[in-house]
Design a protein around this ligand. Structure first.
Ligand code: ATP
Length: 355
């Protein structure tokens, strides 16, 4: 295990800044998911850590030692790519041994290390199979075994599940989470999929336009996003315009409701985030506002409703057992402790709102 740190990393491609002053300390033995929309600089950051792309500024440190000028193979970093990059003409074991041969290990040591790595990913029974006869999930485990076989200090994974179909992806994600928690290796896991990032990452590093938009645990980033961009990227969010009063208690005025905020908030115009699950259907007279149901979508675990209140459209989750008639009027309560208030006006790091 090892700590990994990037300090002020910067990369330009021509006039375009792909990575713009990224600093972060990746905790020892933890999985950090680097997440962000397409083009936000995830892969470029990973490649600079790996030593496959030279930064224009900044440094990469492993256990406090500056490795920026070291070549990739001198950094003791394992990599798993989206394509797996396995050799189709070699067996599972030969694929895992390949990297060890390149590193000059003699035959006996290669064998035992390869077997050990295959046991770790529960693929030892497949050692003599051709990789082409394996499923996508199994190939992915072989790629992981190959990366782990030389006992790297840091593991980098770039969208390792993106070649799998949606159903398999979910299964392999669970399995991978289990495997990586056994291995306890400092891992940087790049994905554009926020569900995958939250499921796998003990910590998230959210990138936007080549910069760090927020770093924190999945719960922190989901519940207390630093900007409307992070709020929107990390799941469904109602983003609304509001005004915070200056009195005590602080009153937040939304176009359709007024609520008391539990925390100190700067007075004046603001932007407000409310997640769909934090709007609660109520029938006992405690409604803060009434809205009409425009549509409802059955998602298995919940119903996702689109509501209309005046000019405003809101997304709300409800129990899948509830039946809503079109245009039905319902009473809604807002969970005030879950409301996130952002200052109005341009954010420090404006960016795309795509997902
Ligand atoms: P994706 O999820 O689509 O892979 P990403 O977040 O990994 O995106 P990067 O691949 O790091 O983003 O790219 C960041 C920016 O740098 C993008 O605008 C991309 O077009 C640009 N870029 C990346 N590599 C090169 C290159 N070799 N030459 C020119 N521009 C590049």
């Amino acid at each position: 295990m090892a700590t990994l740190e990037v300090r002020g990393l910067k990369k330009l491609f021509g006039a375009q800044t792909a990575v713009d002053d990224i600093s972060h300390l990746f905790a020892d033995g933890e999985i950090t998911a680097v997440v962000g929309p397409s083009g936000s600089g995830k892969t470029t950051t990973l490649w600079m850590i790996a030593g496959l792309t030279a930064p224009d500024a900044g440094a990469v440190l492993i256990d406090g030692i500056d490795v920026t000028s070291r070549r990739a193979e001198q950094r003791e970093i394992g990599m798993v790519f989206q394509s797996y990059a396995l050799f189709p003409h070699l067996s599972v074991r030969e694929n895992v041994e390949f990297g060890l041969r390149v590193r000059g290990l003699e035959k006996g040591a290669r064998r035992s290390r390869a077997l050990e790595a295959l046991q770790l990913v529960r693929m030892d029974a497949f050692a003599d199979r051709r990789v082409t006869s394996l499923s996508g999930g199994e190939q992915q485990r072989v790629a992981l075994a190959r990366a782990l076989a030389f006992r790297p200090r840091v593991l980098l994974m770039d969208e390792p599940l993106s070649a799998l179909d949606a159903r398999l992806r979910e299964d392999v994600r669970l399995e991978l989470a289990q495997l990586l928690s056994t291995v306890k290796i400092t891992t940087v896991y790049v994905t554009h999929d926020q569900t995958e990032a939250m499921a796998l990452g003990a910590r998230l590093l959210v990138l936007e336009s080549g910069r760090v938009a927020q770093a924190g645990s999945p719960a922190e980033v989901y519940r207390r996003p630093a900007t409307p961009f992070v709020a929107d990227f990390l799941g469904a969010a109602n983003l609304l315009e509001g005004v915070c009063g200056s009195g005590e208690p602080r009153l937040l005025t939304l176009p359709f409701a007024e609520l008391e905020l539990p925390r100190d908030t700067a007075p004046g115009p603001c932007r407000v985030m409310i997640r769909p699950e934090d709007l609660v259907l109520t029938t006992n007279g405690s409604a803060q506002f009434h809205a009409n149901v425009v549509s409802s979508l059955f998602l298995g675990r919940q119903l996702r409703l689109v509501l209309e209140v005046g000019e405003q459209r809101l997304v709300m989750d409800a129990s899948p057992d509830t039946v809503f008639y079109p245009r039905a009027e319902i009473g809604v309560r807002i969970r005030p402790d879950r409301v996130v208030v952002f200052p109005a006006g341009p954010q420090p790091n404006p960016g795309r709102m795509n997902r």
